[in-house]
Write a protein that binds this ligand. Structure first.
Ligand code: GTP
Length: 237
Protein backbone atom coordinates (compact mmCIF):
# COMPACT_ATOMS: atom_id res chain seq x y z
CA UNK A 1 0.00 0.00 0.00
CA UNK A 2 1.17 3.55 -0.73
CA UNK A 3 2.80 5.31 2.19
CA UNK A 4 2.12 8.83 3.31
CA UNK A 5 4.64 11.50 2.36
CA UNK A 6 3.73 13.37 5.53
CA UNK A 7 3.68 12.52 9.20
CA UNK A 8 0.81 14.86 10.09
CA UNK A 9 -1.59 16.92 7.99
CA UNK A 10 -4.48 19.29 8.54
CA UNK A 11 -7.34 18.85 6.09
CA UNK A 12 -9.52 21.92 5.59
CA UNK A 13 -13.00 21.28 4.20
CA UNK A 14 -15.45 24.03 3.43
CA UNK A 15 -18.95 23.66 4.81
CA UNK A 16 -20.25 23.86 1.23
CA UNK A 17 -18.27 20.73 0.38
CA UNK A 18 -20.66 18.79 2.64
CA UNK A 19 -23.72 20.12 0.84
CA UNK A 20 -22.68 18.49 -2.45
CA UNK A 21 -25.06 19.54 -5.19
CA UNK A 22 -27.64 20.72 -2.66
CA UNK A 23 -27.70 24.44 -1.90
CA UNK A 24 -27.29 23.96 1.83
CA UNK A 25 -27.29 21.38 4.60
CA UNK A 26 -25.48 18.08 4.64
CA UNK A 27 -25.80 15.73 1.70
CA UNK A 28 -25.52 12.14 2.91
CA UNK A 29 -23.95 10.74 -0.22
CA UNK A 30 -21.40 13.55 -0.29
CA UNK A 31 -20.32 13.26 3.32
CA UNK A 32 -19.96 9.48 2.97
CA UNK A 33 -17.85 9.98 -0.15
CA UNK A 34 -15.59 12.38 1.75
CA UNK A 35 -15.40 9.92 4.65
CA UNK A 36 -14.37 7.15 2.20
CA UNK A 37 -11.61 9.40 0.89
CA UNK A 38 -10.41 10.27 4.39
CA UNK A 39 -10.49 6.58 5.40
CA UNK A 40 -8.42 5.63 2.34
CA UNK A 41 -5.91 8.38 3.09
CA UNK A 42 -5.72 7.40 6.75
CA UNK A 43 -4.59 3.89 5.75
CA UNK A 44 -1.32 5.37 4.54
CA UNK A 45 -0.41 5.93 8.18
CA UNK A 46 -0.78 9.70 8.16
CA UNK A 47 -1.97 11.51 11.28
CA UNK A 48 -4.85 13.77 10.38
CA UNK A 49 -6.65 16.74 11.87
CA UNK A 50 -9.71 18.18 10.14
CA UNK A 51 -11.22 21.66 10.21
CA UNK A 52 -14.64 22.09 8.56
CA UNK A 53 -16.34 25.37 7.76
CA UNK A 54 -20.00 26.07 8.39
CA UNK A 55 -21.17 27.87 5.25
CA UNK A 56 -23.58 25.09 4.28
CA UNK A 57 -25.57 25.90 7.42
CA UNK A 58 -24.88 29.54 8.20
CA UNK A 59 -22.71 32.16 6.54
CA UNK A 60 -21.61 34.64 9.20
CA UNK A 61 -20.09 37.18 6.82
CA UNK A 62 -23.13 37.16 4.53
CA UNK A 63 -25.51 37.69 7.46
CA UNK A 64 -23.42 40.58 8.76
CA UNK A 65 -23.59 42.33 5.37
CA UNK A 66 -27.38 42.04 5.63
CA UNK A 67 -27.44 43.98 8.87
CA UNK A 68 -26.78 41.39 11.55
CA UNK A 69 -24.14 42.18 14.13
CA UNK A 70 -20.86 40.69 12.86
CA UNK A 71 -19.84 39.08 16.14
CA UNK A 72 -23.24 37.43 16.62
CA UNK A 73 -23.32 36.13 13.07
CA UNK A 74 -19.77 34.79 13.42
CA UNK A 75 -20.73 32.94 16.59
CA UNK A 76 -23.67 31.40 14.73
CA UNK A 77 -21.22 30.34 12.01
CA UNK A 78 -18.99 28.73 14.65
CA UNK A 79 -21.94 26.72 15.95
CA UNK A 80 -22.61 25.60 12.38
CA UNK A 81 -19.08 24.15 12.20
CA UNK A 82 -19.90 22.04 15.27
CA UNK A 83 -22.90 20.51 13.50
CA UNK A 84 -20.67 19.65 10.55
CA UNK A 85 -17.97 18.24 12.83
CA UNK A 86 -20.46 15.87 14.49
CA UNK A 87 -21.78 14.78 11.10
CA UNK A 88 -18.25 14.09 9.88
CA UNK A 89 -17.40 12.23 13.09
CA UNK A 90 -20.42 10.00 12.56
CA UNK A 91 -19.52 9.34 8.91
CA UNK A 92 -15.91 8.50 9.77
CA UNK A 93 -16.81 6.25 12.69
CA UNK A 94 -19.23 4.32 10.44
CA UNK A 95 -16.08 3.44 8.48
CA UNK A 96 -14.39 2.15 11.62
CA UNK A 97 -12.10 5.14 12.13
CA UNK A 98 -11.48 6.47 15.60
CA UNK A 99 -12.21 10.16 15.92
CA UNK A 100 -12.42 12.88 18.52
CA UNK A 101 -14.21 16.21 18.15
CA UNK A 102 -12.73 19.16 20.00
CA UNK A 103 -14.46 22.50 20.22
CA UNK A 104 -12.95 25.96 20.60
CA UNK A 105 -16.15 27.01 22.38
CA UNK A 106 -16.84 24.94 25.45
CA UNK A 107 -19.83 22.64 25.10
CA UNK A 108 -18.65 19.75 27.22
CA UNK A 109 -21.82 17.70 26.76
CA UNK A 110 -21.24 17.59 23.02
CA UNK A 111 -17.50 17.71 22.41
CA UNK A 112 -14.17 17.77 24.19
CA UNK A 113 -12.83 21.26 24.79
CA UNK A 114 -9.89 22.17 22.56
CA UNK A 115 -6.75 21.18 24.40
CA UNK A 116 -3.67 21.24 22.20
CA UNK A 117 -1.67 18.57 24.00
CA UNK A 118 -4.65 16.25 24.15
CA UNK A 119 -5.28 16.74 20.43
CA UNK A 120 -1.68 15.75 19.71
CA UNK A 121 -2.02 12.67 21.93
CA UNK A 122 -5.15 11.63 20.01
CA UNK A 123 -3.28 12.05 16.73
CA UNK A 124 -0.37 9.97 17.98
CA UNK A 125 -2.86 7.22 18.81
CA UNK A 126 -4.12 7.25 15.23
CA UNK A 127 -7.35 9.09 15.96
CA UNK A 128 -8.64 11.71 13.56
CA UNK A 129 -9.22 14.95 15.44
CA UNK A 130 -11.95 17.24 14.13
CA UNK A 131 -11.49 20.79 15.36
CA UNK A 132 -14.79 22.64 15.58
CA UNK A 133 -16.02 26.16 16.42
CA UNK A 134 -13.26 27.84 14.42
CA UNK A 135 -10.82 29.71 16.62
CA UNK A 136 -13.61 30.50 19.10
CA UNK A 137 -13.35 34.18 18.14
CA UNK A 138 -15.46 36.29 15.82
CA UNK A 139 -13.78 38.05 12.85
CA UNK A 140 -11.66 34.98 12.10
CA UNK A 141 -12.54 32.58 9.31
CA UNK A 142 -12.35 28.80 9.48
CA UNK A 143 -9.39 29.05 7.06
CA UNK A 144 -7.56 30.99 9.75
CA UNK A 145 -8.67 28.39 12.30
CA UNK A 146 -7.21 25.70 10.03
CA UNK A 147 -3.89 27.57 9.75
CA UNK A 148 -3.77 28.09 13.50
CA UNK A 149 -4.58 24.48 14.39
CA UNK A 150 -2.15 23.20 11.74
CA UNK A 151 0.61 25.19 13.38
CA UNK A 152 -0.39 24.16 16.88
CA UNK A 153 -0.34 20.43 16.06
CA UNK A 154 2.89 20.82 14.03
CA UNK A 155 1.27 19.64 10.81
CA UNK A 156 3.58 19.32 7.80
CA UNK A 157 1.02 20.80 5.44
CA UNK A 158 -2.49 22.23 5.18
CA UNK A 159 -4.57 20.43 2.58
CA UNK A 160 -7.20 22.88 1.40
CA UNK A 161 -9.97 21.00 -0.37
CA UNK A 162 -11.81 23.01 -3.02
CA UNK A 163 -14.18 22.61 -5.96
CA UNK A 164 -11.45 23.26 -8.56
CA UNK A 165 -8.20 21.50 -9.43
CA UNK A 166 -5.91 24.12 -7.91
CA UNK A 167 -5.09 27.81 -8.16
CA UNK A 168 -5.61 29.52 -11.53
CA UNK A 169 -4.56 32.96 -12.74
CA UNK A 170 -8.28 33.73 -13.27
CA UNK A 171 -11.57 32.02 -12.53
CA UNK A 172 -11.56 28.76 -14.54
CA UNK A 173 -15.36 28.58 -14.37
CA UNK A 174 -15.75 31.71 -16.48
CA UNK A 175 -12.42 31.85 -18.39
CA UNK A 176 -11.48 29.09 -20.85
CA UNK A 177 -7.90 30.37 -21.02
CA UNK A 178 -7.32 30.25 -17.23
CA UNK A 179 -3.91 28.74 -16.43
CA UNK A 180 -3.33 26.55 -13.37
CA UNK A 181 -0.23 27.06 -11.24
CA UNK A 182 1.60 23.91 -10.04
CA UNK A 183 3.23 25.98 -7.34
CA UNK A 184 3.14 29.59 -6.27
CA UNK A 185 4.54 31.58 -3.36
CA UNK A 186 2.56 33.21 -0.58
CA UNK A 187 3.40 36.76 -1.63
CA UNK A 188 2.10 36.19 -5.15
CA UNK A 189 -1.13 34.77 -3.76
CA UNK A 190 -1.54 37.88 -1.61
CA UNK A 191 -0.47 40.38 -4.29
CA UNK A 192 -2.60 38.86 -7.03
CA UNK A 193 -5.57 38.55 -4.64
CA UNK A 194 -5.99 34.88 -5.56
CA UNK A 195 -8.90 33.25 -3.76
CA UNK A 196 -7.06 30.48 -1.93
CA UNK A 197 -7.64 31.35 1.71
CA UNK A 198 -8.20 34.74 3.29
CA UNK A 199 -5.19 36.98 3.79
CA UNK A 200 -4.98 36.36 7.56
CA UNK A 201 -4.69 32.61 6.98
CA UNK A 202 -2.15 33.03 4.16
CA UNK A 203 -0.03 35.43 6.23
CA UNK A 204 -0.05 33.05 9.18
CA UNK A 205 1.14 30.21 6.94
CA UNK A 206 3.76 32.44 5.32
CA UNK A 207 5.18 33.65 8.63
CA UNK A 208 5.45 30.08 9.88
CA UNK A 209 6.55 28.48 6.58
CA UNK A 210 3.60 26.12 6.48
CA UNK A 211 2.88 24.87 2.93
CA UNK A 212 -0.70 24.84 1.63
CA UNK A 213 -1.81 22.35 -1.01
CA UNK A 214 -5.10 23.16 -2.71
CA UNK A 215 -6.77 20.37 -4.62
CA UNK A 216 -10.13 19.24 -5.96
CA UNK A 217 -12.12 17.29 -3.40
CA UNK A 218 -14.74 16.26 -5.95
CA UNK A 219 -12.46 13.67 -7.59
CA UNK A 220 -12.62 10.52 -5.44
CA UNK A 221 -9.21 9.45 -4.14
CA UNK A 222 -7.65 12.91 -4.26
CA UNK A 223 -7.10 13.19 -0.49
CA UNK A 224 -4.98 10.04 -0.67
CA UNK A 225 -3.17 11.25 -3.82
CA UNK A 226 -2.08 14.44 -2.10
CA UNK A 227 -1.00 12.56 1.02
CA UNK A 228 1.10 10.09 -0.95
CA UNK A 229 2.85 12.99 -2.66
CA UNK A 230 1.22 12.94 -6.09
CA UNK A 231 1.62 16.28 -7.76
CA UNK A 232 -2.01 17.28 -8.15
CA UNK A 233 -3.41 20.69 -7.28
CA UNK A 234 -1.30 23.72 -6.45
CA UNK A 235 1.26 24.07 -3.69
CA UNK A 236 1.65 27.44 -1.97
CA UNK A 237 4.99 27.69 -0.20
P1 GTP B 1 -6.95 8.48 26.07
O1 GTP B 1 -7.42 8.12 27.41
O2 GTP B 1 -5.81 9.45 26.06
O3 GTP B 1 -6.67 7.30 25.20
O4 GTP B 1 -8.08 9.31 25.31
P2 GTP B 1 -9.65 9.10 25.28
O5 GTP B 1 -10.19 10.22 24.43
O6 GTP B 1 -10.05 7.73 24.85
O7 GTP B 1 -10.03 9.25 26.78
P3 GTP B 1 -11.07 10.10 27.52
O8 GTP B 1 -11.37 9.35 28.74
O9 GTP B 1 -10.57 11.51 27.60
O10 GTP B 1 -12.34 10.13 26.56
C1 GTP B 1 -13.23 9.06 26.41
C2 GTP B 1 -14.37 9.51 25.54
O11 GTP B 1 -15.02 10.63 26.13
C3 GTP B 1 -13.95 9.98 24.12
O12 GTP B 1 -14.94 9.63 23.19
C4 GTP B 1 -13.87 11.48 24.26
O13 GTP B 1 -14.11 12.17 23.04
C5 GTP B 1 -14.99 11.74 25.26
N1 GTP B 1 -14.71 12.95 26.03
C6 GTP B 1 -13.63 13.25 26.77
N2 GTP B 1 -13.72 14.47 27.30
C7 GTP B 1 -14.93 14.97 26.92
C8 GTP B 1 -15.64 16.20 27.16
O14 GTP B 1 -15.20 17.11 27.83
N3 GTP B 1 -16.86 16.30 26.58
C9 GTP B 1 -17.39 15.31 25.82
N4 GTP B 1 -18.60 15.51 25.27
N5 GTP B 1 -16.77 14.17 25.58
C10 GTP B 1 -15.55 13.98 26.12
Amino acid sequence: MAKSKYNRVLLKLSGEALAGDDKFGINNETIFQIADDVAQAHETGVQMGIVIGGGNIFRGVAASTEGMDRASSDYMGMLATCINALAMQDALEKRGLQTRVQSAIEMAEIAEPYIRRKAIRHLEKGRIVIFSAGTGNPYFTTDTAAALRAMEINADVIMKATKVDGIYDKDPATNDDAVKFDSINYIDVLNKGLQVMDSTAISLCMDNKLPIITFNLKTPGNVCRVITGENIGTTVS
